[in-house]
Design a protein around this ligand. Structure first.
Ligand code: COA
Length: 257
């Protein structure tokens, strides 16, 4: 399996997938998503692998969708968003538990990547946020719906409409992460959880995951569909163009309306 933007390592029965584009804080472009999908498919089909851990290289878990993807034409943006949605749904539909070991920034689509995993363990130095609003867009990979479900409507409003970056402890308080650990212990703790999961019946675990993920999805489905269609409205707006240009030009956006 040839991978450029993701590292894949098997440690006994655990597959560790590491996003590896540190110069762009592991932002997800098409290439990263394609490699991530390949690595996940490999883990799913390997009978020796029982649990998957996703983490990131450097100071970031994942700084979200690569913002340059939004400067392309409508068809390309759609293709990119649908690719991400497929990868995140693949994680939810896998027969094996997936742990996000959040080592740093988990923003926008990076936060949504963590929200697609079954368990989230965060370094105390990790930082979370649905920061899309600062770019004149909105989340498109599930955060608006999953956050209402996990943290409640009031907190979801705050996270999505203010777009602020918040700490791992704050995420823990609102039921978004399972555990916060010292940064140097992150991978050991993620591995310890993986080993615990490896001791369970793989069949029962796969069924438990399917029931939990599918029942959550059936409740969230209409909202996820609404989010998806409204994302395309937002990303086509003039204000999105301004927000995205402002980020790329390293300046503050000037909203027109
Ligand atoms: N898409 C594309 N490039 C990104 C990116 C993203 N989501 N996040 C970071 N980068 C790039 C930066 O443009 C920069 O590239 P450069 O060195 O070629 O200029 C590089 O990654 C390092 O980021 P930088 O902003 O210099 O690091 P920082 O430590 O000052 O700030 C963040 C870190 C995470 C606060 C900041 O990068 C940020 O706000 N990123 C966007 C997060 C976001 O809104 N994600 C949701 C996207 S929908």
């Amino acid at each position: 399996m040839e991978l450029k933007y993701v590292a894949y390592e098997k440690k006994e029965r655990v597959a560790v997938i590491t996003l590896n584009r540190p110069e762009k804080l592991n932002a997800l472009n098409r290439d990263v998503l394609t490699d991530l999908r390949k690595a996940l498919e490999e883990a799913e089909k390997d009978p020796e692998v029982r649990v998957v851990i996703i983490t990131g290289t450097g100071k970031s878990f994942c700084a979200g969708a690569d913002i340059t993807e939004f400067t392309k034409g409508v068809a390309d943006v759609r293709g990119f968003i649908e690719l991400g949605r497929e990868v995140f749904e693949f994680i939810e539909n896998m027969s094996k538990p997936v742990i996000a070991a959040v080592n740093g920034y988990a923003l926008g689509g990076g936060f949504e990547l963590a929200l697609s995993c079954d368990f989230v363990i965060a370094a105390s130095s990790a930082a979370f946020g649905s920061t899309e609003i600062n770019l004149g867009i909105v989340p498109g990979w599930g955060a608006t719906q999953k956050l209402v479900f996990m943290a409640g409507l009031a907190k979801a409003r705050e996270i999505v409409m203010l777009g602020e970056v918040f700490s791992a402890e704050e995420a823990l308080k609102h039921g978004i992460v399972h555990r916060v650990v010292q940064p140097e212990k992150l991978m050991d703790e993620a591995m310890a959880l993986a080993v615990k999961l490896c001791q369970k019946s793989p069949t029962a675990l796969a069924i438990a995951k399917a029931v939990l993920s599918r029942s959550a999805r059936s409740i969230l489905a209409p909202g996820l569909e609404l989010e998806r269609s409204m994302f395309y409205v937002a990303v086509s707006s003039e204000e999105a163009k301004e927000g995205i240009s402002a980020f790329l030009e390293k300046r503050k956006p000037k909203w027109q309306s």
